[in-house]
Design a protein around this ligand. Structure first.
Ligand code: UD1
Length: 336
């Protein structure tokens, strides 16, 4: 009766592993450390006082997955393993299709062979493309504007097709808004290999002096301060959403937005970060980034009604926890 967590050493995966262990679940973790580090596994054990089995393997490796299922009584899978950098997906689409789409199809085949038909999948608000209005509900039209987004959309459709072919499957698709923050201990957080693209890791780099300043991508959007508005969600709240999803698994393919239901602008994030952490965050106003929506924030009420879940932390805590993690570690590469 174990839960397999793919990508369990990653940012959201590691926080979810810690929560699953704290709930008394047995977990098996598989990760290839493509965008994570082995020491995270030790930190999860230290924080929870619990041990778990780990396999260093790629989800595209069917032989390895077969062995993992053969050796363990896996009843449910929480599937995080995937690439997530939009710009990289434009440069290397095949790498994204292979890992995110083919890798997931291999995982689903092996699950099917071992009659393990309960899946929670890391989807993303990216499947809404540029939403026509806000807040975004789960029934909004879906589209993708880059290869990364298309891989998420394809996997969502693949899950629906799979369920149509075999009604025994229970699949929950969790559409994350903008995950930020870190574990309160300051020991787990977002620790990407390479140069980050998302706002919070770049704020952290600017605050730490690793980059001279951050570029605010556009201040001429139709929003109160002209900068884009997003729904930032604390990674601990997001992790809790996976526990709720596992507890409320039901027939069919269920889809939930995991967001706070509140939007903040880029400038509000920067100002809040500065205020709560007492640090300066140098920035300049730059041009728009292609493909950015002016506003994207969720209506998370379906998850509230059906999963009994709602986000608890506000942006102050997100900023404090993110900075605690970043200032404890010197993980950020210096950009030249
Ligand atoms: C981005 C992706 C989205 C993906 C998500 C994964 C794009 C267009 N969207 O979402 O598909 O699911 O990451 O984590 O890449 N910003 C700046 N300066 C920066 C970086 C960001 O001003 O240096 C702004 C952006 O314009 C945006 C906001 O900060 O308005 C948040 O950006 P980001 O963290 O990249 O998230 P999304 O764009 O929402």
């Amino acid at each position: 009766m174990a839960v397999l967590v793919t990508g369990g050493a990653g940012y959201i995966g590691s926080h979810t592993c810690a929560k699953l262990l704290n709930c008394g679940k047995e977990i098996i973790v598989v990760d290839n450390f493509n965008n994570s580090k082995p020491k995270v596994l030790e930190i999860i054990k230290e924080l929870t006082g619990r041990d778990f089995k780990f396999y260093e393997a790629d989800i595209c490796d069917k032989t390895a997955l077969n062995r993992i299922f053969e050796e363990n009584g896996i009843t449910e899978v929480v599937h995080f393993a995937g690439y997530k950098a939009v710009a990289e997906s434009v440069r290397k689409p095949l790498m994204y299709y292979r890992n995110n789409v083919y890798g997931t199809s291999v995982l689903l085949e092996v699950m099917s062979d071992y009659n393990c038909k309960k899946l929670v999948f890391s989807s993303s608000a990216t499947v809404y493309g540029i939403p026509e209005r806000v807040p975004v509900t789960e029934d909004f039209p879906l589209s993708a504007i880059n290869p990364y987004g298309r891989t998420k959309l394809i996997v969502e459709k693949m899950c629906a097709d799979l369920h149509d072919s075999d009604n025994d499957w229970n699949i929950t698709l969790l559409r994350y808004f903008n995950p930020v923050g870190a574990h309160e201990s300051g020991k787990l957080g977002e620790d990407p290999n390479g140069i980050p693209n998302n706002l919070m890791p770049i704020i952290l780099q600017a605050a730490a002096g690793k980059i001279p300043q951050l570029s605010v991508c556009g201040n001429d959007y139709p929003t109160p301060d002209g900068t884009c508005i997003r729904d930032y969600i604390h990674v601990e709240d997001l992790a809790a959403g996976h526990i709720a999803a596992l507890e409320h698994m039901k027939d069919g393919v269920q889809v939930y937005n995991l967001g706070t239901g509140r939007g903040y602008s880029v400038l509000e994030m920067i100002e809040t970060f500065k205020r709560v952490n007492g640090v300066s965050v140098p920035y300049e106003i730059a041009g728009r980034r292609p493909g950015d929506a002016a506003e994207c924030w969720s209506d998370p009420s379906k998850a509230g009604r059906e999963l009994g879940w709602e986000a608890e932390s506000g942006i102050e805590k997100m900023c404090v926890d993110a900075w605690r993690f970043a200032s404890r570690t010197s993980q950020f590469p210096t950009i030249k």
